[in-house]
Design a protein around this ligand. Sequence first.
Ligand code: GDD
Ligand code: MN
Length: 399
Amino acid sequence: MASSTNPSPTPALLPPPSGSYVVPECPETRAIELSLVLPTFKEAQNIKPALRAVCNTLSQVESLTYEVIVVDDNSPDGTADLALELSNTIPGIRVIRRTRESGLATAVIRGWQAARGEILAVMDADLQHPPEVLGQLVQAIRGGADLAIGSRHVEEGGVSDWSILRRIVSRTAQMIGLVLLPDVVGRVSDPMSGYFMLKRRTIAGKPLNPTGYKILIEILGRGAIGAIVEVGYVFRERQEGSSKISTRIYLQYLQHLLRLRVDLLAQSPFIRFCLVGATGYLVDMLLLYLLSDPQALGFGLTRGKIASAEAAIVNNFLWNDAWTFARLVGRERSLRKKFRRFLKFNAICALGLVLSVVLLNIQFNWFGINRYLANTVAIVVTMLWNYTLNKRLGWRTTG
Ligand code: GDD
Ligand code: MN
């Protein structure tokens, strides 16, 4: 178990220019299994007993190598110095002091960025999270879970003496999260938990961008999280110091939820496919007008539609290849491969085109529906068809 101290901010800890934080892959040495981050702000009375209790528990976990990283935001009460002092007698304690950034969630990621373990973890430094649960969390991860959460809302879990008001606020926050991000917040019983462990590879290399307190929601939203285990624990009352939760933190929670919602939507291939489809729609409609409208060139409806649809297909391919399916394209960027993807896309869309022409003609000739309205209906149906088929058959041309 290595111990190192790091009392001053290193250049690597300056705020990232892009606004998001990336946790690197595990260092090659693999000397440490667990890196536990304790974020602190004004915990002078708690930090030493908390560190002692944590290290005591961790050293009893079978064959565990670990480090405990205190990430302090330059607390005026000297929390970081106290932690540093203790690191001289207890091995495995590291201290990071941030001076240019603050906030619980980003402090945790900063700790993980400096971490060397394959398991990343976080717990509060105020003794409200009982250290005894650490062993169970480690076992859950060793047993195959990607994420192991200390939960107040499963068996053996609970809160000590919370007022009705605090319970209502906590549950309401969870409900709002459920409405906005059901697939994220709904995956666990206690998405508000600040006590958990995860495998580093689930987040390594992925840009994280949390604000406020709820780092777990960020992990669930942006990490590649498979199996999850929840371990019950009772949230103890604070004995010393005070909670830093405030109205601002609640507002940051809402902001965080909205940001995640928008980002996740924008990343969804289906939404991107639809946005690209919208540009294709404009291309298709404009050309259909120029080619087939009696007031323009006045070619036949079918001939005009085939040309306008093909132009839209080329347009859509270029955008989808560069954006919607960029991740699937990966390194296959050569022109030859791109052209093969284009042929495949075109083949799929050719079927869609037949469908589109038939639908357009049926509406226009049999029911006398306006050609542009009929074309809109035809395009929407075709787009769903195209999306499904492209997804099924895959964007790549090689295995
Ligand atoms: N570095 C840093 N920067 N640490 C902070 C900051 C900050 O701006 N704000 C708070 N902390 C530290 C505290 O010192 C403590 O160790 C921990 O983060 C939790 O902060 P509290 O202020 O005690 O939060 P709480 O008790 O109201 O809520 C906690 O427990 C909940 C239940 O598990 C948080 O961890 C919540 O996220 C969690 O849901
Ligand atoms: Mn607390």
